[in-house]
Design a protein around this ligand. Structure first.
Ligand code: NAP
Length: 319
């Protein structure tokens, strides 16, 4: 959805971290005129230089505290575990009334890390765009990443309504559909819809790699049988997913134990030849995919919309 107002939502937007998510935000903010000035900060000189080469912003700083001066909105787009350092660094440089947000895949841990270091005269509104790919870095972003994807805000008690509306307007301008959730509930929902699937993918790709009776060339050769669909998730950024596991520990462990129980039941059904049980489950799960397609969160093309081998098609946006 394009931002229909002629006036930008923010005078100055600061993006701290300019990888997949940060650079996608920079691109769509520029395209849809969501900010008059975009300042960018990244800790490494090489990433910052690349962001400048790509003309992602208007000003560039290695120190996040310099980038946030006079910003109306600051969005931290860094791995969850880096949130505290960022908040500690920018706290005293923020403009009174500024909106401070993030894009982290875990919400409670980000709140616990950032809130103590932020002044009380700003509006801290955590956010999570449920959109992404397995790629990282400033080159990986694209301006349609958030199109028709959910962005979940997890406002704290007594959050200023005007600030909340402004941040929602910004994300809607990026193409997102908006939702609000309580932070712990967010972490539970995402544990099953995103974090557990990634963990399963990391695990299955690791297991296939460790098999001694099947060679790795056979695994690669016959990967179209299903394996390759897991490899895309398992190629996701190691730092990001390490932090998701460490910082959403309780919800993830809860979902893992449910998953293990269900897997054991499946193992029993196979051992005892319970065909009806298997058939019923597989019929039910096919219906879930249909519902995801109907909800506009996946394409209906066969084989996940792949056109042919060797051609990368950006069809599946997940997180
Ligand atoms: P990314 O492409 O790897 O980019 C990460 C950015 O954070 C880079 O600019 C990097 O700076 C900076 N950074 C990394 N470690 C840092 C540290 N310790 N201190 C300060 N800056 C640091 O990552 P991303 O995919 O955009 O993910 C960013 C956030 O978005 C994460 O919290 C993730 O949970 C969330 N998220 C990701 C997805 C997804 O699918 N990828 C989807 C939704 C939300 P340098 O390059 O200069 O080191």
């Amino acid at each position: 959805m394009a931002h229909t107002e002629t006036k930008p939502v923010f005078e100055k937007l600061t993006l701290i971290g300019i990888g997949l998510i940060g650079s996608s935000l920079a691109r769509v903010a520029r395209k849809n005129n969501l900010a008059s000035h975009i300042s960018i900060s990244s800790r490494s000189e090489s990433t910052l230089v690349r962001a400048e080469e790509l003309a992602l912003g208007d000003s560039y700083y290695q120190d996040a505290a310099d980038a946030v001066v006079d910003a109306d909105c600051v969005i931290a787009c860094v791995p969850v575990g880096a949130s505290e350092t960022i908040a500690r660094n920018i706290g005293s440089s923020l403009k009174s009334g500024a909106i401070v947000s993030d894009v982290g895949s875990v919400k409670r841990a980000v709140i616990d890390q950032m809130q103590p270091h932020l002044p009380t005269n700003i509006h801290f509104i955590p956010a999570h765009p449920v959109a992404g790919t397995e790629k990282s870095g400033p080159d990986a972003g694209f301006d349609s990443l958030f199109e028709n994807r959910w962005c979940i805000l997890t406002p704290l008690e007594n959050t200023n309504v005007d600030a909340l509306n402004k941040l929602s307007t910004f994300w809607q301008g990026c193409g997102s559909n908006m939702e609000q959730m309580e932070p712990d509930h967010h972490d539970l929902v995402l544990a099953i819809t995103s974090h557990l699937p990634h963990l399963i993918a990391y695990n299955i790709v690791g297991t296939a790699n460790d098999l001694e009776t099947v060679t790795s060339s056979e695994v690669l050769k016959y990967s179209a049988g299903g394996f390759r669909d897991f490899t895309r998730l398992a190629a996701s950024d190691p730092t990001m997913w390490r932090d998701v596991c460490l910082y959403n520990k309780d919800a993830l462990l809860e979902m893992l134990s449910r998953f293990s129980e269900d897997l054991s039941a499946l193992q029993r059904a196979i051992r005892w030849g319970k065909g009806d049980q298997l058939f019923d489950l597989f019929t039910h799960t096919r219906g879930i995919r249909r519902a995801i397609i109907d909800a506009g969160q996946e394409v209906d093309a066969a084989d996940f919309g792949r056109q042919n081998v060797g051609q990368t098609t950006e069809i599946s946006k997940d997180e």
